[in-house]
Design a protein around this ligand. Structure first.
Ligand code: PHE
Length: 355
């Protein structure tokens, strides 16, 4: 009689097509009111010998059915996974769709291009916070308190933090300070990022981007500075004979300091970059002032180096013919579709900066 029950239950287990059906079979057989449980309850009415024998048989049956249910459960789970893998299969060898909806903002693209060029020259990327203190943004950069050059920065000041005067960084140069305080020379970094000045017109927005460069070593000199920037500008603007002019200038944190102009033509109201006799200013640079090295714990009798800083919007506008700075930050999708870049065109020196 138990053999018949066993066959019946086993065939039910094997016929269960999913986990719910299997659970139903389990309840019918082993649940509180299940059939095997029912027989167990009858054991009390038997003689001790019968009870032992019958009890052993029922236990064996119970174990066998439970094992069958477990193994069926594993089979169903495997089959379920298999079906899911089949249904969700994708062919990863298919070509990527070239036209996707989103666009890379020209600022991001320009930063990627700059990083690609400087990475090739051995620079690594450094970062610093947008919210700075007066020490990193000014004092350590040789702007003593009350120095008139501080006023040229139209600084956004924030509520003081303890005895620290806080502000939104007005340039990326504080990253120079943070890098020198944390790293021993030789140093070769670029630091792209957001900067802030209280100003707004055709050529100024309160938030804009700069990229900073810093090289510190024992024998680094102005020739290296010139070579580095000439190389960069020619690669970035993709003009092989682009002339650069280094004009004496002033920054508190560099000595000597220079502003760099690139060759251009403005004939007929159209701006063209190249060797045409006219000039356009694009960046500031110089040899790091010994006071800055010392403020950052670097021995200025042993080490020297150069720094440069450049407005990213400005060079992006020049390179991509974008006329109005303010449009960069208006989040106009039509503008972004026009001036933005296809996400998969990642700039690299090997594949070309822009394709
Ligand atoms: N920080 C300067 C500015 O914002 C640019 C600069 C950087 C000049 C590094 C010299 C060296 O105008």
């Amino acid at each position: 009689m138990l053999d018949a029950l066993k066959d019946e239950l086993l065939s039910q287990v094997n016929a269960a097509g999913d986990l719910a059906a299997l659970e139903e079979v389990r309840v019918t057989a082993l649940g509180k009111k299940g059939r095997i449980t029912g027989f167990m309850k009858e054991l009390g009415g038997l003689s001790p010998d019968e009870r032992r024998e019958r009890g052993q048989q029922l236990n064996a049956l119970k174990d066998e059915i439970a094992a069958a249910i477990d193994s069926r459960k594993a089979d169903l789970a495997r089959a379920h996974l298999e079906a899911r893998l089949q249904a969700e299969r994708i062919d990863v060898t298919l070509p990527v769709r070239p036209e996707t909806e989103g666009r890379i903002h020209p600022i991001s693209q320009t930063i990627d291009e700059m990083v690609a060029i400087f990475a090739e020259m051995g620079f690594s990327v450094a970062e610093g916070p947008d919210v700075e203190d007066d020490f990193h943004n000014f004092t350590a950069l040789n702007f003593p308190p009350g120095h008139p050059a501080r006023d040229m920065h139209d600084t956004f000041y924030l509520p003081d933090a303890g005895d620290k005067k806080m502000l939104l960084r007005t340039h990326t140069s504080p990253v120079q300070v943070r890098t020198m305080l944390n790293k021993k020379p030789p140093i070769r970094i670029i630091a792209p990022g957001r900067t802030y000045r209280s100003d707004y017109d055709m050529t100024h927005t309160p938030m804009f981007h700069q990229i900073e460069g810093l090289v510190i070593d024992e024998a680094t000199h102005m020739g290296h500075l010139k070579g580095c920037l000439i190389e960069f500008c020619r690669a970035f603007f993709d003009v092989d004979d682009l002339p650069l002019r280094f004009r004496p200038s002033f920054f508190p944190f560099t000595e000597p300091s220079a502003e760099v102009d690139i060759g251009c033509s403005r004939k007929g109201g159209e701006l063209k970059l190249g060797n045409y006799g006219d000039w356009l200013e694009i960046l500031g640079c110089g040899m790091v002032h010994p006071n800055v090295l010392e403020a950052c714990g670097i021995d200025s009798t042993r080490y020297q180096g150069f720094a440069f800083g450049m407005g990213i919007e400005r060079v992006a506008m020049l390179k991509y013919g974008i006329p109005d700075l303010r449009t960069f930050f208006e989040a106009d999708l039509r503008w972004l579709k026009h001036y933005g870049f296809v996400p998969l065109d990642v700039p690299s020196m090997a594949q070309g900066l822009t394709r």
